[in-house]
Write a protein that binds this ligand. Structure first.
Ligand code: HEC
Ligand code: HEC
Ligand code: HEC
Ligand code: HEC
Ligand code: HEC
Ligand code: HEC
Length: 497
C-alpha cells in the first residue's frame, strides 16, 4: 500500500531532512550495536553516537517541517489560502501525516530519553574525560592510570553530587570543549583548580578520616650520579598515625585532620607555596595560636584580601592521582626495578642530563634520548654491552612518557607536590623557623617529628637501628652539614642537584 502524504510534504528541503534524519538514525543504531561489542576506541565512538549524530538527526528532523511550511506557504500563495496547514483527519493524506508525526514524536521522545541517559553516562566516563581531547588531557590521564586511583572515576573527584554541580561541570565542560577545539586552552592547565570538589565530599567518602592509619615503613632506593651509580637506601618510619592506635588522630601526621582541631593558612601565591600566616585552633579548649612569617612584610590586615584556607587532605595530597614524578625519582625507581640497567656506568648522571632538556614534542624527546645515550656510550664506554645500552634507551623512554608531556608543557616542576620536602617545600611551607607565634614558638621541623630513620646507607654497609630509635640523617653525598643550614629544595630540584 502506498502511504500518501500532504502535498506540502513533497518538497526538496523536507526530503533532504528526512534523508539526513533516517541515515543518522540508522548510523546511531548501527554504531550503538558495534559499541556494545567493541571496547577499543570507545571514547570517539561515544562522541559520534551520543553527540555528533544526534545533532544531525535533529537537524534533519527540523528540516522536514520547515520544508513543509515553505511549500505550504507557496501553495497557499498560489491558491490564495491561509498560510498555516489545515488538519483534517478525514483526509487520508492528513491522517497519514498526523499518525506518522505522532508515532515519530513518541519514538523520538523515547529515544531521546534513553539517549540523554546514555549521553549523561558517557560524559561522566573516564574515557570521555581522559581521551576525547587527546593531547589536552593526556598528561592527567596517563598519570592517573599509573596512580593508586586508576579505578576511581575522574568525576568522583572532580564533579560533586547534585544538580548544581552537574550544571557547573557541564557548563564549564562546554567551555572546555570549545577551548580544546579552538586550541585556546592554557599549557599547562593551571592549578589549583578553583572548582574542584571539596575533600570532604571526595576523599572522605572513601577514606574515612576516623579510620586511622598507623605508622608505615617506607623503603626507597636512591642512586648517586657517579660512575658506579652508587646505591643508597633509606628506611623511613612514617608517623602517619599515632604511636599507639588507641590515640587515634591525637598525634602524628594525620593530626591535621583531627576533627577537634583546625589549621588555617593564607598563601600569597596561587600555587600556595608562600605561606606567611598560619592559625591553629583547638576547637575543644578554644585556644588559638597565630604564626606569622618574621621575614615577610605580612600584616594582619592582609587577611582581608588573601584567601584563608582551612587545611584538608588536598593541602598535603594535592597530587593524589596526577603525580608527575621528578627525573631523579623515576630514574631511581627504574634502576631499582631493573627496567634500566643499574650496572651501566654513569647512566643515572646521563639520564638526569637528558631530562634537564626541554622538548617541544614527545617524538623529538624520544629521538634525543636514543641518540644521546647511544653516542655517549660509543664515545666513552665503547666496550659496554649493546643490549644493556638498548635497555637504558627503552627504559628511560618509557619512564619519560609516563611523567613528562612536552606538548602540554607538563612536567614535575609545573605542579609542586606538597607531600614531602625534598623537591618541593611541601611540609616545610609551614614547618620552618621563620613562622613564629607571639610566644616565640615556630612550627617544629625536627627531623624526627614526622618520620624516623631506621636504616640508611649503601646496601652493602647499611647503618641500622631498632624500630623504636632513630638515626641521625646522613646525607648520601658529601655536602658536610649543609643540609642542616639550608633546606633540601635549595639544592634539590628533581634533577641533578
Ligand atoms: C583521586 C581523585 C582524582 C581523580 C580520580 C582524578 N583527579 Fe584530576 N585532579 C585531582 C586533584 C586533587 C587535582 C589537583 C587540584 C589542585 O591542585 O588544585 C587534579 C587536577 C586535575 C587537572 C588540572 C591539571 C593538573 O594536572 O593538575 C586536570 C585537567 C585533571 N585533574 C583531569 C582529570 C582527569 C581527566 C581524570 C580522569 C582520567 C582525573 N582528573 C581523575 C584529583 C583527581
Ligand atoms: C572512590 C573512592 C576513592 C576516592 C574518592 C579517593 N580515593 Fe584515595 N584511594 C582509593 C583506593 C581504592 C586506593 C588504593 C588503596 C590501596 O591500593 O591500598 C586509594 C589510595 C589512596 C592513597 C594511598 C596511596 C599510596 O600510594 O599508597 C592516598 C594517599 C589517597 N588514596 C588519597 C586520596 C585523596 C587525597 C583523595 C581525594 C582527592 C582520594 N584519595 C579520593 C579510593 C578513593
Ligand atoms: C598549613 C600549614 C601546615 C602544613 C602545610 C603542614 N603542617 Fe604539620 N602542623 C601545622 C601546625 C600549625 C602544627 C601544630 C604545631 C604545634 O602544635 O606547635 C602542625 C603539627 C604537625 C605534626 C605534629 C602533630 C602532633 O602533635 O603529633 C606533624 C607530625 C606534622 N605537622 C606533619 C606534617 C607533614 C608531614 C606535613 C606535610 C605533608 C605538614 N605537617 C604540613 C601546620 C602545617
Ligand atoms: C599534613 C598533611 C596531610 C594531610 C592534611 C592528610 N594527609 Fe594523608 N598522608 C600524609 C603523609 C605524609 C602520608 C604518608 C605518605 C608517604 O609515606 O608517602 C599520608 C598517608 C595517607 C594515606 C596512605 C596510608 C597508607 O597506609 O598507605 C592515605 C589513604 C591518606 N593519607 C589519606 C588522607 C586523607 C583522606 C586525608 C584527608 C581527610 C589526608 N590523608 C590528610 C599527609 C597528610
Ligand atoms: C613536617 C614533617 C617533616 C619534617 C619536619 C621532616 N620531614 Fe623528611 N619527609 C617528610 C615526608 C612527609 C616525606 C615523604 C614524602 C613522600 O611521601 O615522598 C619526607 C621524606 C624525607 C626523605 C626522603 C626519603 C626518600 O627515601 O625518598 C628524607 C631523606 C627526609 N625526609 C629527611 C628529613 C630530614 C633530614 C629532616 C630534618 C631536616 C626531615 N626529613 C624533616 C616529612 C618531614
Ligand atoms: C648543598 C646542597 C644540598 C642540600 C642542602 C641537600 N642536598 Fe641532597 N644531594 C645533594 C647532592 C649534590 C647530591 C648528589 C646527587 C647525585 O649524586 O645524584 C644529593 C643527593 C641526595 C639524595 C640521593 C640522590 C637521589 O637522587 O635520590 C638524597 C635522598 C638527598 N640528597 C636528600 C636530601 C635531603 C632530605 C635534604 C634536606 C634535608 C638534602 N638532600 C639537602 C645536595 C644537597
Amino acid at each position: 500500500m502506498k502511504i500518501r502524504l500532504p502535498e506540502s510534504a513533497y518538497n526538496f528541503t523536507s526530503l533532504t531532512g528526512a534523508t539526513i534524519a533516517i541515515i543518522s538514525f540508522f548510523m546511531i543504531a548501527f554504531l550503538f550495536i558495534i559499541a556494545q561489542f567493541h571496547t577499543e576506541g570507545g571514547a570517539y565512538l561515544g562522541l559520534v553516537i551520543y553527540i555528533i549524530l544526534p545533532v544531525f538527526l535533529i537537524f534533519g528532523l527540523i528540516l522536514i517541517p520547515i520544508g513543509m511550511y515553505l511549500k505550504k506557504k507557496k501553495i497557499a500563495a498560489d491558491k490564495a489560502e491561509g498560510k498555516f496547514p489545515k488538519i483534517d483527519l478525514n483526509n487520508v493524506r492528513h491522517r497519514n501525516a498526523f499518525f506518522i508525526f505522532a508515532a515519530g514524536t513518541v519514538v523520538l521522545l523515547f529515544i531521546s530519553a534513553f539517549g540523554s541517559y546514555e549521553a549523561f553516562h558517557y560524559t561522566e566516563s573516564v574515557e570521555f574525560c581522559g581521551t576525547v581531547c587527546h593531547t589536552v588531557m593526556e598528561p592527567e590521564f596517563v598519570a592517573y592510570q599509573n596512580s593508586p586511583h586508576a579505578r576511581v572515576k575522574c568525576v568522583e573527584c572532580h564533579v560533586g553530587e547534585g544538580a548544581d554541580w552537574y550544571m557547573r561541570s557541564k557548563l564549564s565542560g562546554l567551555y572546555q570543549v570549545y577551548a580544546a577545539i579552538m586550541k585556546t586552552y592554557p599549557k599547562p592547565i593551571p592549578t589549583p583548580i578553583s572548582n574542584l570538589r571539596p575533600a570532604r565530599e571526595t576523599c572522605e567518602r572513601c577514606h574515612w578520616p576516623e579510620k586511622f592509619y598507623a605508622n608505615e615503613l617506607r623503603i626507597e632506593k636512591h642512586y648517586l650520579s657517579d660512575e658506579e651509580n652508587t646505591p643508597w637506601d633509606i628506611y623511613l618510619k612514617m608517623k602517619i598515625g599515632a604511636s599507639h592506635s588507641a590515640k587515634g588522630l591525637e598525634e602524628g601526621i594525620h593530626w591535621h585532620i583531627n576533627p577537634n582541631i583546625k589549621v588555617e593558612y593564607a598563601a600569597t601565591d596561587d600555587q600556595r607555596e608562600n605561606i606567611p600566616w598560619v592559625r591553629y585552633t583547638d576547637l575543644v579548649s578554644g585556644e588559638v595560636i597565630d604564626y606569622i612569617d618574621e621575614y615577610s612584610d605580612f600584616e594582619k590586615s592582609d587577611l582581608d584580601t588573601l584567601i584563608v584556607r582551612k587545611m584538608d587532605c588536598m593541602d598535603c595530597h594535592n597530587r593524589p592521582s596526577h603525580s608527575y614524578q621528578p627525573p631523579a625519582f623515576f630514574v631511581n625507581n627504574a634502576l631499582s626495578a631493573g627496567t634500566m640497567p643499574a650496572d651501566l656506568p654513569e647512566i643515572k648522571y646521563l639520564a638526569m642530563e637528558i631530562c634537564a632538556e626541554e622538548f617541544s614534542t614527545m617524538d623529538t624527546a624520544m629521538i634525543f634520548i636514543e641518540n644521546e645515550i647511544q653516542s655517549y656510550y660509543e664515545e666513552n664506554y665503547p666496550e659496554e654491552d649493546k643490549e644493556k645500552i638498548d635497555l637504558a634507551v627503552t627504559g628511560l623512554q618509557n619512564e619519560f612518557k609516563k611523567n613528562i608531556f612536552p606538548e602540554m608543557k607538563v612536567r614535575w616542576d609545573v605542579y609542586p607536590n606538597h607531600i614531602g620536602h625534598v623537591e618541593f617545600n611541601g611540609c616545610f611551607r609551614c614547618h620552618n623557623e621563620s613562622l613564629v607565634s607571639d610566644a616565640g614558638y615556630s612550627i617544629s621541623n625536627d627531623c624526627n617529628m614526622c618520620h624516623t630513620i631506621i636504616a640508611q646507607g649503601n646496601p652493602d654497609n647499611l647503618e641500622v637501628t631498632s624500630i623504636t630509635e632513630s638515626l641521625e640523617f646522613k646525607h648520601p653525598s658529601d655536602i658536610d652539614e649543609a643540609w642542616k643550614e639550608m633546606v633540601c629544595v635549595d639544592c634539590h630540584t628533581g634533577l641533578n642537584p
